[in-house]
Design a protein around this ligand. Sequence first.
Ligand code: AMP
Ligand code: GLY
Length: 424
Amino acid sequence: MKILILGSGGREYSIGLAIKNEDAGHELFYQSGNGATDAIATNIDIKDYNELALWAKENGIELTIVGPEAPLVDGVVDIFKSHNLTIFGPSKEAAQLEGSKVYMKNFLAKYNIPTARYIESDSIEELYKFTDTLSAPIVVKADGLCGGKGVIIAQSHDEAKKTIGEMLSGKAFGDAGKKVIVEEFLDGYELSMFAVCDGKDYILLPAAQDHKRVGDGDTGPNTGGMGAYAPTPLVDDALYQKVKDRIIRPTLDGMQAEGAPFEGVLFIGIMVVNGEPITLEFNVRFGDPECEILMPLMTSSVADMFYKAATNRLGEIKVSFSKQYAVGVVMASENYPYGSSKPAEIILDDVHHEEIEKYTHISFAGVSKGDDGKLYTTGGRVLLCIGLGDSIQQARDRAYLRCGQVHFAGKKFRTDIAYQALQD
Ligand code: AMP
Ligand code: GLY
């Protein structure tokens, strides 16, 4: 198949790598890819979605896979479908599950899907009134996409009210904050679950855990994610079943009833409180870095899964997963997540160690290729070292062995990825 992948991060690299590793002769293209995707694919540069769809038609693209949320919320799937192209991802309407937190919360409430108690409003009085009924900490969320920064955990009522005011005035997040959600704080442990959906059927992937804070021990500011592992032992069969029955099935049925069947990756951010899964949020695409550790755990065809999902035929296939564990450690630039960093040359040691060669690999994200053919960091999250193993400990040790072979000025990474699975 000729396959086009939209995006340029580690998530998209890992999807392409998994497809390439299938050795099924698929030909890959990226819009726009990064400085390393050109080793497994052809990078193109066509930003306008209509032009891109025409290019896809002319070039016989048989499947398009969309990585990030922005093109989904902008309606790239609708545009491609109007050109009779096969594309994996939700429609613009269904993408509102991520694009608008108000839409998502109201959807969850309408279909009785467990979520934190909340109010959504554009009235400061109403929001203040509800805030007074909660005890701190209090969660305040802007409605629209804010690049992962639109959620504030306020430690006091005063801080919550100040945040509400700043969001409503447009000062904090512009139009994305014109509507605000105030909700109760849930105290538990967080999981990421991913269901690959075709509107009606779904395949649930092994549960993963992300590490959002920049520093060891979950300290410092939030990031896009500093590392992840899967499957997590924090989920047993009973919890998987609850997530299926209480969250995924009613969501797929509900979206059908809304006239916006959900096709694509349903990313469920879950807080487990006293053994019960509560929906924190939905995203409509894979998590990054969760995707990078889930792709290498798939033993059945990744390309076929996406193709069957995109053609509403998931019921026809069985998907299988390795019995191993995967741990991914993000290596980020010096100033991440505070600001940009100067480009730095990336030096990768030659691998001579059999264990590293066999059980680890790199997924490239914020990298560009210089005129000298060398790889340079572009700031942000640069790459991930992924280790596979028979235990989480082994997978983690291997991932960190690989980290030791990557060099660039200012590199930073957490040293405790998967700690929650390894404590006591
Ligand atoms: P969201 O973008 O909604 O996932 O929120 C970002 C992060 O804020 C989540 O990953 C959680 O760590 C945290 N968070 C969001 N909502 C809540 C809540 N109701 N209670 C506790 N933590 C929350
Ligand atoms: N790793 C979390 C996210 O992609 O949103």
